[in-house]
Design a protein. Structure first.
Length: 471
């Protein structure tokens, strides 16, 4: 969004860094600050205000060398995966060098064990494709699958479309390898599910947003690709009606329920207007639409369970519409509507994106409250959608003028207070939400988090000032 750009390191530091990588393994992966580095300096919200040199180590030893080099040169590091994070965490700040994980590749699948040893820079889509060759899949899936990397999803403890069935990313991480700020390589790439031998250090790094170490490899759990799935779209007029369907689906479908996404009319209209959207002929959208996915052992079992749940719901709500995709292509087309959220948001640029969690019982009140307040403040363009089954709602607000961002944030977050909500369900805090973190964590929790950061990274070399506000 801001176009004024300045070098992130002073020229002496930049020259020192270039000189230091000469003749080392890092030289191949070194890109000095200058033109042509746009993709390391922009994300879904816009561009960075500084231009930083980029280090692209190709293995764990290279990451260690990069961290040691930056530490001795007085430079800080911002770690970048696929740059799909939505809290601006990857944008280089003054004095920082970019450490890109794009060359940390490699996938080794152990089909019998149902595990994969994966480089941090491997994308979610590549991991999933490799796993499917063995009849397996990775548990996490989301719209950013083509770019989001394993290191990024672990560092953000990403959620996505299948949390209902398989949990957040942390549930599938068996082992990790990471390089800490002092160059220590912390490696436990164990495939064991059970390992109660003291503090679970890997889980500290999961969701730490790159503030405690740079993840280089991970051992992850894979699961069998379900034999069958059915995807349906159901219309509704009220959130209460949607929640009734969720309760019935949980009871009637049990573990077969693998996705329950909700989209309000404002989101649907925007997504359907995009060139990449597929029309959904014959379906009458209501105020809301629910995308419901079941997976199971056979087509018949899925069809029968889904038809029974939807049948009961339609008896209670005869005005509702429901369709069940009749082919994999149709199922993919229904998911595309939901997966277009990233593209749909950019239609409203400049926009503010929100990712909150709320108890289901508070959701309707919160949505009604903020819709009224946003309208009163003159924010006319909104999109509401989310992973409702996980209590996670996304809201996009068209700002018109970027200077109104904090005003919109205040409306949404103030309405969370007293409703036991979280300012981030899955995207994390990064640079964008630091001032709001105390809404979701007690002073005691924040103090312990800061102590952990100081223990792992006393000089603030890694992802400095992300997650926490400057002291
Ligand atoms: C269209 C779209 C849909 C999305 N849907 C979802 C969704 O359903 N659920 C969800 O949870 N998120 C979603 N996201 C957000 C985003 O995709 C996730 O946060 C993802 O996990 C980020 O992965 P990445 O590789 O792009 O990480 P990046 O954006 O590159 O980095 C994210 C954070 O992780 C750190 N990091 C990256 N790699 C490493 C590493 N190897 N070691 C240490 N730190 C590292 C970075 O410094 C940064 O703090 C979506 C985004 C888009 C654009």
């Amino acid at each position: 969004m801001t176009t004024a750009v300045s070098p992130s390191l002073d020229s002496q530091q930049g020259a020192d860094l270039a000189g230091s990588v000469a003749g080392t393994e890092l030289e191949n992966g070194f890109l000095p600050a200058g033109p042509g580095l746009e993709r390391y300096h922009s994300d879904w919200y816009g561009s960075a205000t500084v231009v930083a040199p980029v280090l692209r180590p190709r293995d764990t030893e290279g990451v260690r060398a990069a961290i040691n080099l930056c530490r001795t040169r007085g430079a800080r590091i911002v770690t970048q995966g696929g740059m799909t994070g939505l809290v601006r965490a990857c944008m280089p700040q003054p004095g920082e060098v970019v450490l890109s994980t794009e060359r940390l590749l490699g996938i080794e699948i152990e089909p019998r064990q149902g595990t994969a040893l994966v480089g941090a820079g491997v994308t979610l889509a590549s991991l999933d494709a490799a796993a499917r060759e063995h009849g397996l899949m990775f548990t996490v899936d989301m719209g950013s699958r083509g770019s989001a990397t394993l290191g990024g999803i672990i560092s953000t403890n990403a959620g996505g479309n299948r949390v209902l069935r398989y949990g957040m990313t942390r549930a599938s991480v068996l082992g990790l390898e990471a390089v800490l700020a002092d160059g220590t390589v912390l490696s436990n790439l164990s495939p064991l599910m059970k390992n109660n031998t003291g503090y679970d250090l890997k889980q500290l790094l999961v969701g730490a947003e790159g503030t405690l170490g740079v993840i280089t490899r991970a051992m992850v759990q894979l699961v069998p690709v379900p034999n069958a799935r059915r995807v349906s779209l159901v219309s509704a007029q009220t959130l209460d009606e949607v929640q009734e369907l969720l309760t019935a689906a949980r009871q009637g479908l049990g573990p077969m329920l693998s996705g329950f996404e909700v989209m309000w009319r404002d989101y649907v209209e925007c997504a359907l207007s995009l060139p990449s959207a597929s029309a959904i002929p014959g379906f009458s959208f209501g105020e809301l639409a629910v995308l419901l996915e079941v997976t199971g052992t056979s087509d018949e079992a899925c069809e029968e369970a889904l038809a029974s749940t939807l049948g009961n719901h339609l008896v209670a709500h005869p005005e509702a519409d429901a369709i069940i995709a009749q082919s994999e292509a149709q199922a993919d087309a229904l998911w595309t509507l939901r997966d277009l959220s990233g593209e749909a948001a950019t239609v409203f640029a400049p926009f503010a994106g929100f990712d909150v969690s709320l108890p289901l019982s508070e959701m309707e009140g919160w949505v009604g409250d903020i819709r009224a307040k946003l309208a009163k403040a003159g924010f006319e363009r909104t999109q509401f959608y989310g992973h409702l089954g996980d209590g996670n709602l996304h809201v996009v607000v068209g700002l018109g003028d970027l200077r109104r961002k904090e005003e919109a944030e205040t409306i949404l977050y103030d309405a969370l207070a007293g409703r036991r909500g979280s300012v981030s369900a899955e995207h994390g805090i990064g640079l964008s939400k630091r001032q709001w973190l105390p809404m979701s964590r007690t002073p005691e929790e924040l103090a312990v988090m800061r102590r952990l950061k100081a223990a792992f990274d006393p000089d603030g070399i890694l992802n400095n000032n992300r997650l926490f506000n400057k002291e």
